[in-house]
Design a protein. Structure first.
Length: 231
């Protein structure tokens, strides 16, 4: 479930538009006991780490940031979550057919759900790198949802690139909102190791400090999203 930072790790540098599979064995500068994992990770996250749920994928949003420490192996990169649960297609969860992704299954691109994570917890690039047109379209759909731009791509534009979208405002339906909350809970897989990484390089190694770091990251993302929606 967790690996020490000291173990060898030499993946290629992730590039925007690439699709990566996520590792189930998280690398972190702090290794947690079973009890601490119960406290820090949601049930959805623990199921993934215990291989009780399907593999997960992300699309790389930008090039990795410089590491907090010059000698640190890992960097922080922003990613868009992708889900295999294609029955939750909405106006912000767009279906990318397997013919485009090249990974043998359809995926939902969660345009509303972009998060930071450690590059060391990316397992491997898979399938095909998304075209610049598809990458730009996904980002614009997410930006429109957050209130950063005034107009979203039309359904015709989306379908012309081979993607599928549900009718406008389907993201407000109760079942889609439940799905979004489940995905936010699952994202502990990304955010807890990042919180441990930041706490470690501040010279603090207590689980409570990691939890506080996690809460600060989550609060920052929530406030940023709320402010974006008010623009």
């Amino acid at each position: 479930m967790e690996k020490d930072f000291g173990q060898e790790f030499n993946p290629p540098t992730p590039q925007p538009g690439e699709i990566w599979e996520l590792s189930r064995y998280l690398r972190s500068p702090l290794l947690f006991s079973k009890e601490e994992q119960q406290q820090l990770y949601s049930e959805a996250a623990r199921r993934f780490l215990e291989a009780k749920s399907p593999p997960r994928y992300v699309t790389i949003v930008n090039s990795p940031d410089p590491p907090l420490d010059p000698e640190a192996e890992s960097q922080v990169v922003s990613v868009m979550l992708m889900s295999p649960e294609t029955n939750f297609l909405s106006d912000v969860d767009l279906l990318i057919p397997q013919e485009i992704s090249g990974i043998g299954q359809d995926l939902l691109a969660e345009t509303w759900h972009i998060l930071p994570m450690l590059t060391c917890n990316l397992l491997q690039p898979v399938g095909r790198r998304l075209s610049r047109e598809i990458y730009d379209l996904l980002m614009t759909v997410g930006d429109y949802y957050l209130g950063l731009v005034d107009a979203a791509p039309s359904p015709q534009e989306i379908q012309a690139l081979g993607l599928k979208i549900a009718p406008i405002s389907t993201s407000e339906q109760p079942e889609i909102q439940v799905f979004h909350r489940q995905e936010q809970a699952w994202s502990d897989v990304l955010l807890v190791p990042l919180a441990a990484y930041r706490a470690y390089f501040k010279g603090m190694k207590l689980t409570e400090v990691v939890l506080n770091e996690y809460l600060q990251i989550s609060r920052y993302l929530s406030v940023e999203t709320q402010q974006d929606c008010e623009i």
